[in-house]
Design a protein around this ligand. Structure first.
Ligand code: GLC
Ligand code: CA
Length: 544
């Protein structure tokens, strides 16, 4: 196992830079703040860090609207800070993945400004089309933006054409049939690889290529990524990524990729991780699954059977910057079956007792992902048990989804709130002393969740993560593949060599097998039983 490439069993920590730590006191996370917290990251026992887009951006979509791919957003620092960060992370044994956004760029990027100014070559890098209807005043097709509303915006000239934006109007889609676009992104990859960056997370990897002729989407596909859609998951994306793989393989050590690809099933996902393509791709089914053993088992099994064939086990994720934090998802009522619905966001205030249950379940689910074969992503704050922040005042909400849905969907701000480090009121040490507000407001009541309130405290979520990550590294990485153990409906149980992982999603305690309990998500129980909504790792010795 030790000669396996590092990424095959990696634990990657997602750093949402804007909300990680503020070094200069403007209420916005930055590189100075992050650099000062490298010892914290090292204390978690992670292999790598993924940082969300850190490039200059007008922030219409929290940095996913990139104005310049070869520089750093001034609020975060500059290239010298980035170089120092890379060196310091490597010194601490932590690799660095950046986030590349190839589907679209910011309308403030030079290319788009040139295009709007009428430069034909620049225009050909985007997807401009005449409108339908007598005066061209209807959008060219029926595609919807992922943030709500039409995916087309008309330019201001009287007979103006429309440009495509699968996200916000401030994020025009690029035309990947244009060789200049292909060349530009390979050059951007090299720019960062040359600086020592170890890889990239690829934003909207399933979106780059659109079906020829841009046909209307079937009605069922308009607001779902689970139905085939002419803007998503087209064959042509794979050639692009084969090219990227060749670039990554020119480096020593080779650089790696992880795809964000929302596709209908594991067969489609497996196509992104073929041997000459991307190394890894997020498997999002646990993130969309309710906390129900039979559903979770089906998810894990299907991913293993399909993705496992490529000898490249899944990349497990429970939360990220786009979804309601799993403490809060699990606090809500859990559907018996179904994938998908659990991600729907509504305006809601979850009550305290339910959040306690959500946290109990979140701790249990974390032990399951860490015991599985494959890679694991942790979203910053998961290790503190942070819930979604649900009561953000409307005038402080920044996610374009909030506005574009007319306020019906609260958007994603609630999972992006700045981390609490210490102290008993905002900014909880996120910003230096004397600062009282942050770019997104933090709630009251987070004192027990700060890093310093949990650091070294037996049974805290932070210590659970630290212990689990250490045990994972020592015992589970390189352990034999998973074998299911027969168990009651509400229980998910599997063995890897002499190690067993048990999860009880029901209400009644179940009996654990004899052996040494290595770790429990609820450390207050220590008899041979596994209570509801908890998980445990057991060393059963030599299997009979
Ligand atoms: C991805 C990102 C999300 C962003 C979108 C558009 O889904 O994770 O945050 O809004 O792409 O770039
Ligand atoms: Ca700052």
């Amino acid at each position: 196992m030790s000669n396996q490439p590092w990424w095959r069993s990696a634990v990657v920590y997602q750093c949402y830079l804007r909300s990680f730590a503020d070094g200069n006191g403007d209420g916005i996370g930055d590189l100075a703040g992050l650099r000062a917290r490298i010892p914290y990251l090292a204390s978690l026992g992670i292999d790598a860090l993924w940082i969300n887009p850190w490039y200059p951006s007008p922030q219409h979509d929290a940095g996913y609207d990139v104005a310049d791919f070869r520089a750093i957003e001034p609020a975060y620092g500059d290239l010298a800070d980035a170089d120092a960060l890379i060196e310091e992370l490597h010194g601490a044994g932590i690799r660095l993945l950046l986030d590349i956004v190839p589907n679209h760029l910011s309308w403030e990027h030079t290319w788009f400004k040139q295009a709007l100014a009428g430069d034909e070559a620049a225009r050909a890098r985007f997807i401009f089309r005449p409108g339908r209807g007598e005066h061209g005043d209807l959008p060219p097709n029926n595609w919807q933006s992922a943030f709500g509303g039409s995916a087309w915006t008309r330019t201001s000239e009287p007979d103006g054409e429309w440009y495509l934006h699968m996200f916000a109007p401030q994020q025009p889609d690029l035309c990947w049939e244009n060789p200049e676009v292909i060349a530009e992104f390979e050059s951007v990859l090299r720019f960062w690889f040359d600086r020592g960056v170890d890889g990239f997370r690829i934003d909207v990897a399933h979106g780059l290529v659109k079906a020829p002729g841009l046909p209307d989407a079937p009605p069922g596909a308009l607001d779902s990524t689970l139905e085939p859609h002419p803007a998503w998951d087209q064959e042509g994306v794979h050639d692009i990524f084969r090219g990227w793989r060749r670039v990554a393989d020119e480096y020593d050590p080779p650089r790696i990729f992880v795809a964000e690809a929302w596709v209908p099933d594991n067969e489609r996902l497996a196509r992104f991780v073929r041997p000459d393509e991307l190394h890894t791709a997020f498997q999002f089914d646990l993130l969309t699954a309710p906390f129900r053993a039979p559903v979770m088992r089906t998810v894990i099994d299907d991913a293993r059977q399909v993705l496992g064939q490529a000898d490249n086990p899944s990349t497990w994720v429970l939360s990220n910057h786009d979804v309601v934090r799993h403490v809060t998802r699990y606090a809500r009522s859990q559907p018996e079956q179904s994938l998908g619905g659990v991600l729907d966001r509504e305006r809601w205030l979850t009550d305290e007792a339910d959040l306690e249950l959500g946290l109990r379940r979140a701790r249990a689910a974390a032990l399951v992902t860490m015991a599985l074969p494959g890679k694991v992503y942790i979203y910053q704050g998961d290790e503190l048990g942070l819930p979604e922040v649900e009561d953000i005042a409307d005038h402080r909400r920044l996610d374009p989804i909030f506005e574009r849905s007319g306020g019906a969907d609260p958007g994603r701000d609630g999972c992006r709130v700045p981390l609490p480090w210490h102290g008993d009121q905002p900014t909880y040490g996120f910003s230096p002393d004397g600062v009282h507000d942050t770019w997104l407001p933090q709630p009251q009541g987070w004192a027990p969740l700060t890093v310093s309130a949990q650091d070294g405290v037996e049974g805290s979520t932070l210590e659970l993560y630290r212990r689990a990550l250490r045990l994972r590294r020592e015992r589970f990485v390189g352990a034999p593949d998973l074998v299911w153990i027969d168990a009651p409906d509400d229980v998910l149980a599997f063995r890897r060599g002499s190690l067993e992982c048990w999860l009880n999603t029901g209400a009644e305690p179940v009996e654990l097998p004899p052996g040494t309990v290595l770790l429990r998500s609820d450390p207050t129980t220590d008899d041979g039983l596994l209570p509801g909504n908890t998980a445990a790792w057991i060393d059963v010795g030599e299997p009979a």
